[in-house]
Each structure stands twice: as C-alpha cells, then as structure tokens.
Design a protein around this ligand. Structure first.
Ligand code: NAD
Length: 333
C-alpha cells in the first residue's frame, strides 16, 4: 500500500538517507537532483550504492529526476540542499509547486526558512534538525552512519500549530526509524542546533579533526563556552527561547563529541576536504548577523567565520595548484 508521496529536493547524503528510509517504509519517493556526475552514475548503475558504517554496500533502485523533467504532485517536498544551493533549486523546481503541498527540511544553519517562505505559505512549512550523520562517498554512493534507528531529529511547524499533515509526516518518519520529536517552539528548536553546530562543526572542520579529539582537549569546555555564551546572549536579546539551557548545551556537546560520535567528522568537514564552500555563513555567520540586529558584536563567531573562509581560500588555492600540475604533467607526457 502506498502511503504518501514525497519529492526529495536534493539527493545528496541526507536527501538519500531520508528518501531511501521513507521509500523502505512503503512511501512513493522521487529524488530530484542537479549534480550531473551523480545523476549519470545513478542512471548507469540503476540506483544508488548504500552502505551502513562502511559495510553491507548494496544497490538500491531509486526514481531520479532533474527539476526540469519532474512533473509530479507530491504531498510533501523534502529539501536537503546545502544552504547556498537552495535558492537555485527553488527557482528550477517552482513549476511543480502548488498551494496544497507541504515543504519540510532538516537542513543545518539558518537562512533557508525565509527562502522557503517565498514559495510556500507559513502553514505549509515544517522544519527541524537532524542528529543523523550521512556521508556521500562520491556520485551514486552513500554511507548511512550509525546503526538503524540510532539517530534522532526534531521537527516543528513554522506556525507552531501541528495539523493533520504534520502528524502524518511524523508517523512516516517514525516508521522510517528517524526518531522524530515534535515541538511547538520553531525558532528555538532550529537555533539550538545552529548553536550546537557553531561549536563542533566549525572547530572540527577548521582543524580537520574528529569530534572526539575536540571533546577530549583540555580546553574544549572553554572554547565551547565562549561561543555558547555569545550565542545565548544574542538569542536572549532576540527573544528566542532555546530548548536547552547553556549548561545543558555544554553537556550535550561533551557527550556528543567524547561519547556518542568520537570518530565522526562533522558534515561541514566533508565540504572542506572536497574543496566545496562550507555553510559557515549560515551558522556562525548567522549568529553574528543576528547579534548585529540587536547591537551585540559576536566577535568570536565573526572571527571563526572569517577563519573558515581563510581555510576555504587555502583549499581552493591548493585545488588550483593541483589542477595546474596535472595539466602540465599530461602536456609533457
Ligand atoms: P550534500 O552535499 O551531500 O548534497 C546536497 C546537494 O549537493 C545534492 O544536490 C548533491 O547532489 C550535491 N553535491 C554533493 N556533492 C557535490 C559535489 N562534489 N559537487 C557538486 N554538487 C554536489 O549535502 P547533505 O550532506 O545532504 O546536506 C544537506 C543539508 O543537510 C545541509 O544543510 C547539511 O548541513 C544538513 N545536514 C547534513 C548532515 C550530514 O550528516 N550529511 C547531517 C545533518 C544535517
């Protein structure tokens, strides 16, 4: 029995994770992507290779379209692009949007909600956060980190009023073992995760280290606390009620890095090592921008944002040098 119809906008690591698990739970899922090497590989292989914790690599058939070839009418569109890709996807997908559809996302950072509001009414927008790690090894090849049912996620309606579709989505996510929690504090739920990521994702990416190495560092508490304090001060000024206290957030950081995921690299790290731009402007940069609106200079978040951009710049220079050396080598061969 087909339960619900979903279109996954962005079939990268997280789009594939959510989409394949929803498909396995019996839903009708179509994946929509724009990265040509990925599209070509999936078509050539007849699906996506899926592993769990580097094991049991197997081919999973999926329905794949580009924004231009898709003409379906799904109940829910699930957005999993990088923040800076979202505007482009929305523009290319607009032709199949209508006012009955719901938009759902668990993207990291902030900046995406305002973009979704340009295409969907507030009562059709549901967003959340995902403590679920997934790695796209390369085109057509994804690795779900953690045992089945190990991750968890939060979700909330932009209107903070769950309706029938919210509960249907919640039930399907539960069947797919994503362990959802439904809250009625939209901004607080999203910002608590942004602040969490502003410490771990950013610092581990900057130093290209696993989360456990950060968590076990003797000054990890001091580093984290400075960022947490700045961000919490700003949220207090902005009237955002976060879902955990400063101390609870510090404890969550400690447990997550040292105990739950010591060997994990955050998803921002994947972008850095693949010479892709990171989402730092939508995480630490967003916190700093929000601070400015309330006359609070988030100096540490601003400094970290600029350091990540310095590292991106360095990676880009290295990539260019590598390409130039390879070109020279083929010319002389
Ligand atoms: P992703 O980079 O894997 O995929 C996003 C889009 O980028 C897809 O359309 C994909 O095809 C494309 N893409 C992937 N590699 C590319 C490359 N080398 N060149 C060009 N295009 C490429 O992103 P994701 O990890 O699925 O993240 C989506 C959102 O979810 C982000 O906001 C992210 O921060 C968030 N998130 C990710 C994780 C995780 O563990 N991956 C966990 C929680 C939240």
């Amino acid at each position: 029995m087909i339960l619900m119809e979903f279109a996954m906008i962005g079939a990268g690591a997280m789009g594939l994770r959510y989409g394949i698990l929803l498909q396995e739970a019996g839903n009708d899922v179509t994946f929509i992507d724009t990265w040509q090497p990925h599209i070509d590989k999936i078509r050539e292989q007849g699906g996506v290779y899926v592993s769990r914790d580097h094991q049991d690599r197997h081919l999973t058939p999926i329905k794949l379209e580009t924004p231009e070839t898709y003409h379906g009418d799904p109940d829910i569109l699930i957005f999993f692009t990088k923040q800076m890709q979202l505007a482009g996807f929305l523009e290319r997908c607009e032709h199949f949007f209508n006012d009955k559809q719901y938009a759902f996302t668990c993207m990291n950072g902030m900046g995406h909600i305002e973009k979704l509001q340009q295409y969907f009414a507030d009562d059709k927008i549901i967003a959340g956060t995902a403590l679920i790690a997934t790695v796209l090894n390369g085109p057509g090849d994804v690795d779900f980190m953690g045992k089945r049912g190990a991750g968890k996620m939060n979700m909330a309606n932009l209107t903070e009023k769950p309706d029938e579709m919210t509960h249907r989505l919640f039930d399907e996510l539960q069947k797919a073992q994503m362990n959802p929690t439904l809250t009625t504090n939209f901004k607080g739920t999203l910002m608590t995760k942004v602040i969490f990521n502003s410490v771990i994702n950013t610092l581990c990416t900057l130093f290209e280290i696993q989360m456990g190495e950060f968590g076990n560092f003797e000054k990890a508490y001091d580093l984290g606390r400075q960022l947490i304090d700045e961000a919490y001060d700003i949220c207090e000024r902005a009237g955002i009620t976060l879902v955990s206290t400063r101390d609870e957030e510090m404890t969550a950081l400690d447990i997550n890095t040292r105990i739950d995921m010591p060997l994990h690299y955050p998803s921002m790290y994947q972008d850095m090592i693949h010479d892709r731009p990171t989402e730092v402007d939508y995480i630490n940069g967003y916190i700093a921008d929000l601070g400015r609106q309330y006359h609070y200079e988030a100096k540490t978040h601003l400094f970290l944002t600029n350091l990540v951009h310095l590292s991106e710049y360095h990676h880009e220079n290295q990539r260019r040098e590598r390409e130039a050396a390879e070109k020279k080598a083929t010319q002389t061969a």
